[in-house]
Design a protein. Sequence first.
Length: 261
Amino acid sequence: MRSDTWIWVAVAAIMGFLFLPIVIIIAYAFSAAPIPAWPITGFALHWFADTWNDDEIRQALTLSVEVAMLATTMAILLGTLAAMAVARMKSAAKEVVSFIAVLPIALPGILTGMALASYFAFWGLNLSFWTIVAGHATFCVVIVYNNVIARLRRMPRSLTEASADLGADAFLTFRRVQLPMMASAIGAGALLAFALSFDEVIVTTFTAGAQNTLPLWIFGAIRLGQKLPEVNVTVFAIILFTAVPVLLAQKLIGESGRVAR
């Protein structure tokens, strides 16, 4: 067998390993049975209407979207500022600061969640909508930071120097030179941060209190064995929903690479 054939066989095996479970859960969303089982004996669409009309699911969806939007907004601001600050550093502390900046996403989620819960308890803060936002922002900032710092490292320094030579101050240079070149990296980071926040479970468990985001609702329903057809439909919808920002982010990252070259 030719070497390129083996490569395609390996690729197919890897893709099957990664995506076959997703295909099965999507198929379950169309199953007529109230309890998912294989093989599927019949298909139905009424579970989609039942899911949409479930107030608990709609409230959880609204909460997830609101949290993701606010966490992403914070990530754009803090992640971009952090990346610009690190990019300007020239001392040996630059790598240390960069390591500290990406540490939240490198730590296991359960450690981050426990640390945040302890921090909120230390200050006497009740778990609420804002504690969820703060928890999600800790790792969303890293996503934006990584994208922007990578872009800044590829950005020719001569452009900002030329802007300064032409009389532009720091703010004008940022607005006219740096920001347009960073825009695609910021956009890609924001889209990925939104998708990551929307899907987050572990950190949310420690920061949500009595509130239910959509992933928490799914986790609770599966654990209790309740509303399993609605769970399958919800998972199918989340797959479609989160695929959009990931695909857009991939496109922006590609465009950012072309601009850098």
